[in-house]
Design a protein around this ligand. Structure first.
Ligand SMILES: Nc1nc2c([nH]c(=O)n2[C@H]2C[C@H](O)[C@@H](COP(=O)(O)OP(=O)(O)OP(=O)(O)O)O2)c(=O)[nH]1
Length: 148
């Protein structure tokens, strides 16, 4: 499986999302993350990607979920480890990859996010650990999903 991270920081009743400016998922609002590199742990990757993509440093990410993505016709599964923290330091900045913006927790733009996000975001908000297996046809269509 291809290992990826996806990390969210929250403050009071807001969550920081980034508009992906290029590459995979371009044009969608999302948490911050990317591929786990050789020689680093998954949480190290989450911390590195967070800082690379929006400038914030997070020292104590908590694992909150695991999402598996299958794309019809592609044998490689994406294994996305989801993290959360309420504490962070540094200054939030726009980068080449992401344009960050704080959204109210009850007002995230699901219509401009990956289409599976509305399935698991409620678990994230409720602080329930979640596991999802989602099968996509192309980038826009979910043909099967299972969430616990
Ligand atoms: N919310 C959400 N995030 C997803 C989904 N699928 C998916 O890969 N992601 C996340 C996981 C990663 O954070 C990100 C994809 O990582 P990426 O390809 O941009 O990785 P990277 O930054 O290392 O890429 P690059 O430098 O090689 O372009 O998108 C999804 O369905 N919903």
């Amino acid at each position: 499986n291809k290992l990826l991270t996806l990390a969210f920081v929250t403050r009071k009743s807001e969550v920081l999302l980034g508009l992906k400016k290029k590459g995979f998922g371009m044009g969608r609002w999302n948490g911050f993350g990317g591929k786990v590199e050789k020689g680093e742990t998954i949480s190290e990757a989450a911390k590195r990607e967070m800082q690379e993509e929006c400038g914030l440093i997070v020292d104590d990410f908590k694992k909150v979920g695991l999402l598996m993505f299958e794309f019809v016709g592609d044998p490689q599964l994406l294994e996305v480890h989801v993290f959360h923290s309420e504490t962070f330091r540094g200054k939030c900045i726009e980068t080449e990859e992401m344009r960050p913006m704080w959204y109210p927790l009850d007002g995230v733009p699901f219509d401009q996010m990956w289409p599976d996000d509305y399935l698991w975001f409620p678990h994230f908000l409720a602080r329930n650990p979640f596991f999802g297996y989602i099968t996509f046809q192309g980038m826009d269509n979910i043909v099967q999903s299972c969430l616990k």
